[in-house]
Design a protein around this ligand. Structure first.
Ligand code: GLU
Length: 465
């Protein structure tokens, strides 16, 4: 059987976006589920849009998510050619030459104003979408030679008339498009660079890609690509078009929407657990048959079935993602977390350990843990004694014993018993009185983390009491 080969082919125009990461992830899961290869390559021919470090940042962010390509520009397999399009121009030219000779492509000399003129004429005739007219196919060789010397030109594919291209989309089922709806499109621009729809076919062919999962914005590109496969007599891969990701209001995620972090880099910088993001992304448009949600990378690979990819848009719910991250945070090793947190010098290892053990139950990332640490580096002001019966009893209980977590817990329990208050009121009152906070993780541990000095000072307990 043929080896399964999938790929993720970003343009190095910026950081790794949630949408791109999800596309990479589904291609990765599909390949790994089938013991195949996952390839990373670069579509960098739109040179003016490339950003320095774009490729590296994409690869680093994927690696952080534990999506490691089997082949990439930095780990190429020579057999499949180059992994950056800008390094393959000779290869594209070779194919274009062949197509021109076979008369499946031709040189077109229109200037942009001539194209504009054609467009207007068609509009005047009531033709809604622009069809390129093929006048350049009719010119004499002599005229062509003359023009080649002193005019800009592009290369267009010569599409067969009234031919239907169809594919069985891995996500959406059968889709067909007639070539008359497409028109001869440009395969090589006047600057000599190939267009996306042409280069992607050469790349997928050269790299023996068997399956392509990509965003639904590429559905209209697929018939154009199928035409090239057909004209070159090449076998085409299977295509699956993923649905869009929306925000909670159902609008397509826009990179410009600043209200939501949309770049993997942001989550990495905030110290999320990468496995949690991997797990969360896998469920953005896919479900496991048993409806299980928390799954390790290995389990996701084992269970991934492309037939369960969703046909409707998926909502990006940051609360759900934070919930996932919390579940993973709890499982992190204390010693690993300790390395990542900005402890000050006066915290010893016992204290650090208790801090991470307590806060990993409640935080979804390292940033939140660092923020939780701030209060422990500050002084606590003494409370105003309002003669509250809960606080008074708690002080009574607390000062009668050594300052240990067990004894603090015991003091809380006794106070509850004696004052006969509900859990909620009890906890809120004691938390505010001791730590000056409304919310937090386990109360006894939080109080203990402040230390006897600060808590006694805050509650007005004298040491000799
Ligand atoms: N560079 C294209 C994109 O990022 C890749 C399209 C494809 O997968 O064919 O959308």
């Amino acid at each position: 059987m043929k080896e399964i080969r999938t790929r993720y082919a970003p343009s190095p125009t910026g950081y790794l976006h949630i949408g791109g990461a999800r596309t990479a992830l589904f291609n990765y899961l599909f390949a790994k589920h089938n013991n195949g290869k996952f390839i990373f390559r670069l579509e960098d021919t739109d040179v003016s849009r490339n950003v320095p470090g774009g490729e590296e940042s994409q690869l680093n962010n994927l690696a952080w998510l534990k999506i490691i390509p089997d082949e990439s520009p930095i780990n190429p397999n020579e057999k499949y050619g180059k992994y950056r399009q800008t390094e393959k121009l000779a290869r594209y030219n070779e194919i274009i030459e062949k197509m021109i000779q076979d008369k499946t492509a031709y040189i077109a000399f229109d200037s942009s104003s001539e194209l504009e003129q054609q467009r207007k004429e068609q509009e005047a005739k009531g033709i809604m979408s622009f069809r390129y007219d093929r006048n350049w196919l009719k010119i004499s060789d002599e005229e062509k030679e003359k023009r080649l010397k002193n005019k800009e030109y592009s290369i267009r594919v010569s599409l067969p008339k009234n031919k239907v291209y169809s594919w069985n989309d891995l996500v959406r089922g059968n889709i067909s498009v007639n070539t008359d709806e497409i028109g001869d499109w440009v395969i090589q621009k006047s600057d000599g660079y190939p267009t996306y729809n042409f280069a992607v076919v050469v790349d997928d062919h050269d790299m023996e890609i068997t399956h392509v999962f990509r965003g639904e914005e590429h559905i209209t590109n697929t018939p154009k690509q199928l035409a090239i496969y057909d004209l070159l007599n090449w076998e085409h891969p299977s295509f699956g078009h993923l649905t869009i990701i929306t925000n909670m209001e159902g609008k397509k995620l826009s990179k410009r929407d600043a209200s939501l972090s949309q770049f993997i880099e942001d989550y990495k910088n905030d110290g999320y657990v990468p496995d949690a993001i991997f797990n969360f992304l896998a469920l953005l448009g896919w479900t496991s048959e048993d409806a299980k949600e928390l799954m390790s990378i290995e389990e996701l690979i084992e269970k991934f079935d492309y037939r369960r990819l969703s046909k409707s848009p998926s909502k990006f719910d940051i609360n759900k993602m934070n919930w996932f991250s919390k579940q993973y945070m709890k499982k992190e090793k204390n010693e690993d977390l300790i390395q990542k947190i900005n402890f000050s010098k006066n915290h010893d290892i016992v204290w650090k350990n208790l801090f991470v053990e307590t806060y990993k139950q409640n935080c979804c990332n390292i940033k939140e843990m660092n923020e939780s640490l701030i209060i422990y580096n500050q002084e606590l002001e003494p409370i105003k004694n309002e003669n509250n019966k809960i606080i008074n009893e708690f002080i009574n209980q607390l000062k009668s014993k050594d300052f240990t977590i067990e004894n603090i817990q015991e003091a809380i329990n006794k106070t509850k018993e004696i004052t006969n208050t509900s859990g909620k009121e009890l906890f809120m009152t004691i938390r505010k009185a001791t730590t000056n906070l409304e919310h937090g993780p386990e109360l006894a541990k939080t109080i203990f983390l402040f230390g006897k000095e600060k808590i006694y000072y805050r509650l007005g307990i004298k040491h000799e009491d």
